[in-house]
Design a protein around this ligand. Structure first.
Ligand code: TIU
Length: 268
């Protein structure tokens, strides 16, 4: 009998504790939502995308800017060494500047990547290095320093999109941003499940990264006008491949759709 009432008493205490926990939890949520409203934060936005419209929780999304480096966008770098007209990549710069500014304003996580290799080329596959004219290969000296080598002026990100000191920069030896980098660890540690992907080139490093991300369970949204290619037809095909078959690798949206949603406060 004593044991029974003792049991009931402890049950009551547990119930009371549970209710208090519940109250604390609800109070926390209420305070967070009041805080969001006061600070004008907008955790979720909805906007048009292909193949279907999207709703994104900004706290779980990161803007990932792929390889907007002088080596790809300016004359004398790796892009030109490969025989490309680098001026074609300029199309992505102005739209990306707007998206970057909006993401920073919203306090979104912004991650930049750079393709490049160690000065001793120990992380560069020989077949990648041996391609093309020896005078313009990876590691050769060009007007922006050694081509595609970490620490050289050409390897750095263009001034228009330069990272802030608290924005992670991922140095990657390959085309995909997940290969031999700590990008996945960073995203998982921060509870990120959605990547808004921009950068160059659409069909090479952007596509490779999106495919890697998709296989790892991240939702990818590629901003079409914030990506560019040396080949317009590859840009179009690169985007088409991502959004085809019900969004086999991810979604594609125009940057204005995202900017409008952020500006208008469209919530899901
Ligand atoms: N960043 C990236 O796309 N690297 C490339 O080599 N792209 C080419 O299109 N060549």
């Amino acid at each position: 009998m004593i044991r029974k009432s003792g049991h009931r008493f402890s049950e009551k205490i547990m119930l009371h504790q549970k209710l208090m926990e519940c109250d604390r939890f609800n109070l926390k949520r209420l305070r967070a939502s009041q805080c969001d409203a006061r600070e004008g934060r907008m955790p979720q936005v909805s906007f048009n995308a292909e193949p279907v419209p999207l709703s994104v929780d900004l706290d779980q999304a990161a803007l990932v800017i792929i390889d907007m480096q002088r080596d790809f966008l300016e004359p004398g770098g790796f892009g030109e060494a490969l025989g490309n007209d680098v001026s074609r990549l300029q199309a992505a710069v102005a739209p990306l500047q707007q998206v970057l500014a909006a993401a920073r304003e919203r306090g979104m996580l912004v991650i930049h990547t750079r393709e490049g290799h160690r000065p001793d080329l120990s992380d560069a596959p020989p077949h990648k290095v041996q391609r093309g004219d020896p005078s313009t290969r990876i590691g050769a000296l060009g007007p922006m320093g050694r081509i595609l080598i970490r620490g050289e002026p050409g390897h750095d990100i263009i001034p228009e999109l330069y990272p802030l000191s608290d924005e992670p920069v991922i140095d990657k030896p390959g085309k995909g941003a997940f290969y031999q980098t700590d990008l996945e660890l960073m995203l998982r540690n921060r509870g990120i499940d959605t990547l808004i992907v921009c950068g160059v080139t659409t069909e090479v490093c952007v596509n490779t990264t999106v495919r890697e991300a998709n296989d790892r369970g991240f939702r990818c949204i590629v901003l079409s006008d914030c990506c560019a290619s040396y080949f317009p037809e590859f840009h179009a095909a690169g985007l088409a491949m991502i959004k085809a078959q019900g969004g086999i690798f991810g979604s594609v949206a125009a940057s204005q759709a995202l900017l409008d949603a952020l500006a208008s406060g469209a919530t899901a």
